[in-house]
Design a protein around this ligand. Structure first.
Ligand SMILES: CC(C)(COP(=O)(O)OP(=O)(O)OC[C@H]1O[C@@H](n2cnc3c(N)ncnc32)[C@H](O)[C@@H]1OP(=O)(O)O)[C@@H](O)C(=O)NCCC(=O)NCCS
Length: 162
């Protein structure tokens, strides 16, 4: 990542095609373009992207390469991480962790105290990421996922008000 800067910023409509590309490459049941567009509009959704800007790129949001995104849904003092993914060629470089940290900070500033999420039991990469960010298992949703059918683990993290 020499001469490159990673910027975490709110998503914009022009990010949606690249977000969709990463989403479709990451999940068997991907969100639709409409779901992402709606997430941009609703105040209770926080939608952040990670953009890598290299030296020589014009220094404007959207001129770099989109590496990943995270979406959280805020419901008063609780929130849910609804979607998170990193482009396959940019994984294990800390991008997912930075996205999760950034959205958690934002949730804390909004007064959220508990963050929940569901994860496929077999998704070792995501589970390791969440474990590294102090999420702990608080439940199991049997047969929650399709394609293939699988249980979801329900994870929770308590956060301090920001
Ligand atoms: C889960 C995902 C977002 C992680 O993104 P990432 O940018 O690769 O994660 P990071 O590089 O920030 O990893 C942070 C930590 O998580 C853990 N981790 C991440 N990927 C891992 C893997 N494949 N194996 C083991 N641990 C892993 C490690 O502890 C890692 O820290 P380290 O690299 O210092 O050891 C990414 O793998 C992804 O997009 N997967 C497909 C979509 C998905 O499953 N989303 C989650 C749905 S619940």
């Amino acid at each position: 990542m020499s001469n490159a800067t990673l910027v975490i910023r709110p998503a914009e409509e022009y990010d949606v095609p690249e977000v969709l590309r990463i989403e479709r490459a990451s999940f068997a049941d991907p969100w639709s373009a409409d779901s992402f567009l709606t997430s941009l509009e609703l105040d209770r959704m926080r939608f952040l992207v990670a953009e890598e800007r290299r030296e020589g790129d014009a220094n404007q949001a959207g001129d770099g390469m989109l590496l990943g995104y995270v979406i959280a849904l805020v419901l008063a003092e609780e929130a849910e991480v609804a979607d998170i993914a990193v482009s396959s060629d940019a994984r294990r470089r800390g991008v997912g962790g930075l996205l999760l940290d950034a959205v958690t900070d934002e949730l804390a500033r909004r007064g959220v105290r508990s963050v929940y999420l569901e994860v496929r039991e077999s998704n070792t990469a995501a589970r390791a990421l969440y474990e590294s960010r102090a999420f702990r298992q608080v439940g199991r949703r049997r047969g929650y996922y399709q394609h293939p059918a699988e249980d979801a683990l329900l994870l929770k993290r308590e956060i301090e008000p920001g």
